[in-house]
Design a protein around this ligand. Structure first.
Ligand code: BEZ
Length: 219
């Protein structure tokens, strides 16, 4: 069955570069990003894993755990990790799942047979602390992902979870946000003391709530 937004992310046990894990237990109270790689010792994947290791503090700051997956066994991942450190300048500092029998790749629909019968595509699943799937992305093997975009999406998802706001086109951290249409003006007055600009009754724009709170505290 295809996984859809809002579904509970399928749980699994797996061998990783950091030992065995049980996925939901490993996520705990954090957010999680699960992302697949077509194969070990491939060039685009090598750059992606190096970049994720470099920006891991950005994920940590957002209470997000990251975990890669590749269809090769753990001893192959360990050998590849040496190349990642050598060529990308940062050692792997998060687990990579070994999935030689493709059990997890199949569970998460990461193998798209018309792209490749054997390798996974570049899937990204962002999962909340409630273990629900919040976002899914699929890239082809030939295109490295933009992890700045993934951090941007996490910022948006966490604002929605904490403040019932949505983020407009091309939104970036610190910019104005949108009050969700399901919220009445009365409730919005309580939640957004900084007020809002109503371009239309359904298009109400307000300063990013956690920035507005920080600015008020610093007054
Ligand atoms: C890569 O990671 O570089 C890659 C993997 C499979 C096909 C094309 C590129």
């Amino acid at each position: 069955m295809a996984i859809r937004l809002g579904d509970t992310a399928p749980d699994f046990t797996a061998e990783t570069t950091e030992g065995p894990i049980s996925f939901h237990d490993w996520i705990g109270d954090s957010w999680a990003v699960l992302f697949s790689h077509p194969k070990d010792f491939t060039p685009v994947c090598t750059t992606e894993l190096g970049e994720c290791a470099r920006i891991k503090p950005e994920f940590d700051r957002r209470n997000v755990k990251i975990i890669g997956l590749s269809v090769d066994p753990a001893d192959s991942h360990q050998k590849w990790a040496k190349d990642i450190e050598e060529t990308q300048g940062t050692a792997l500092n998060f687990p990579v799942i070994a999935d030689p029998d493709r059990k997890i790749s199949m569970l998460y629909d990461m193998i798209h047979p018309n792209a490749s019968e054997t390798f996974t595509v570049r899937s990204v699943y962002i999962i909340g602390p409630d273990k629900k799937v919040k976002l899914m992305l699929t890239y082809p093997a030939s295109t490295g992902r933009n992890f700045v975009e993934i951090l941007r999406v996490i910022d948006s998802l966490q604002l929605t979870a904490n403040y019932s706001v949505a983020t407009p086109v091309n939104w970036k951290e610190g910019e104005d946000v949108i009050i969700v249409p399901s919220m009445s003006d009365e409730e919005a007055r309580e939640k957004f003391p900084a007020g809002w600009k109503a371009h239309k009754p359904y298009l109400r724009v307000t300063p990013q709530p956690n920035k507005a709170e920080a600015a008020k505290a610093g007054e």
